[in-house]
Design a protein around this ligand. Structure first.
Ligand SMILES: N[C@@H](CCC(=O)N[C@@H](CS)C(=O)NCC(=O)O)C(=O)O
Length: 359
């Protein structure tokens, strides 16, 4: 147990994507924490925003943003480690996180809200969870509409389902021979992918059935991430290796997600080029971008946050020495992620408190 004078408080929801991204990290690190149902008014008061989850530290700090939670947890409780210590595995874990945060919401929202059974069962859960027909329906209406904002339209359904099939197949093959993405020990890459695979897929009726019927090794991995039995975990693969089966899965992610993520960032940068004089704080969304998934056009809302997430990966890449960069480039070649690593943003966003600001 990583001892603290009092517990962390994790304000979360069972049905929340980004809560599922953090929960495995808290358990893996053997932290003393209590999970409470998110109180949006409390979160708004603390952060000025209504994002879930937040993590309250024993010292009374409020942390918002799942990626920063990983960084801070790792800094405070370095053992057991969440971040791979070798460059290829570290970069690959970042790419998995980028995939989850900036693309995975498309299949997530499709399977939760994009069919009659998905919609009605998720709506029922929201009403039950909130304890009010009126407010549960309101929340469900809002989330069902948010499906279109991420790009999960009716027309895109076949492409989203084909992507999901390929991802689950590749991960199923991988988890038949490896317990986790990088070998016998978890990383923040595993935790991040739990956002999509546990927070939505394993929580929701339609996708849970898909997992149980067609991707049992992935269900096994979800169970391992949920109950990490940290003291029994082994090591990451030696010599900074990526298992060929993991590279396959990374390729399914990269080939489909990289163009969508880059189009979103380019949309944001085009807006930022023309932004009002003196504006320091970008709006959460700057309009719509047209992109495509497997040849199907999709429209999605541009989120300023996508640039910040991309920077997170690029900053790690930029810190590598030449030899390490070369090894990363070789490992990533053919996965579709190459244009992401080659991208040079014209604008930069940093956090000022909980807000994003231009620097
Ligand atoms: N970047 C945030 C995203 C958190 C987030 O979007 N959480 C969802 C719930 S899973 C939410 O609060 N959505 C409300 C909204 O988008 O306004 C993180 O990584 O923690």
């Amino acid at each position: 147990m990583n001892a603290t004078p009092s517990p962390y408080r994790f304000e979360a929801f069972e049905v929340s994507y980004f809560s599922a991204k953090i929960r495995p990290a808290l358990r893996y690190k053997q932290l003393w924490y209590e999970e409470t149902r998110a109180d949006i008014r409390d979160i708004l008061q603390r952060t000025g925003m209504a994002y879930i989850p937040v993590l309250l530290t024993p010292e009374g700090e409020t942390w918002q943003d799942s990626s920063e939670m990983y960084d801070r947890l790792e800094a405070r409780h370095p053992q057991p480690p969440l971040f791979p210590t070798s460059p290829v595995q570290l970069l690959a874990a970042h790419l998995v996180e980028l995939y989850n945060d900036e693309f995975g919401t498309i299949p997530a929202m499709h399977y939760r809200w994009g069919s009659e059974l998905g919609e009605s069962s998720a709506r029922s859960r929201f009403i039950a969870m909130i304890g009010s027909e009126e407010f549960g329906n309101k929340a469900a209406d809002q989330m069902a509409a948010a499906r279109f904002a991420v790009g999960a339209s009716e027309e895109a359904a076949p492409a989203i389902e084909a992507h999901t099939r390929d991802l689950l197949d590749a991960l199923s093959v991988h988890f038949q021979s490896q317990p986790y993405l990088f070998g016998a020990r978890m990383t923040f890459g595993d935790c991040a992918l739990m956002g999509l695979l546990d927070g939505h897929f394993f929580t929701d009726l339609v996708s849970r059935r898909l997992l149980l019927e067609t991707a049992r090794p992935v269900v096994g991995w979800i169970e391992r991430c949920k109950f990490p039995n940290t003291d029994q975990q082994g090591e990451w693969l030696s010599d900074d290796e990526l298992a060929p089966t993991f590279r396959e899965a990374l390729g399914v992610m990269g080939r489909d997600a990289a163009p969508v993520i880059l189009d979103s960032v380019k949309g944001f940068e085009a807006w930022a080029d023309e932004r009002p004089e003196g504006s320091t704080e970008p709006p959460r969304s700057t309009g719509w971008v047209e992109t495509s998934l497997r040849g199907t056009p999709i429209k999605r809302m541009i989120q300023s946050y996508t640039l910040w997430m991309l920077q997170r990966t690029l900053d790690t890449y930029a810190e590598l020495d030449e030899a390490a960069c070369k090894r990363v480039d070789e490992a990533v070649a053919g996965t579709g992620w190459e244009p992401v690593l080659a991208y040079e943003p014209r604008h930069r966003l940093e956090k000022d408190g909980y807000k994003l600001v231009f620097v």
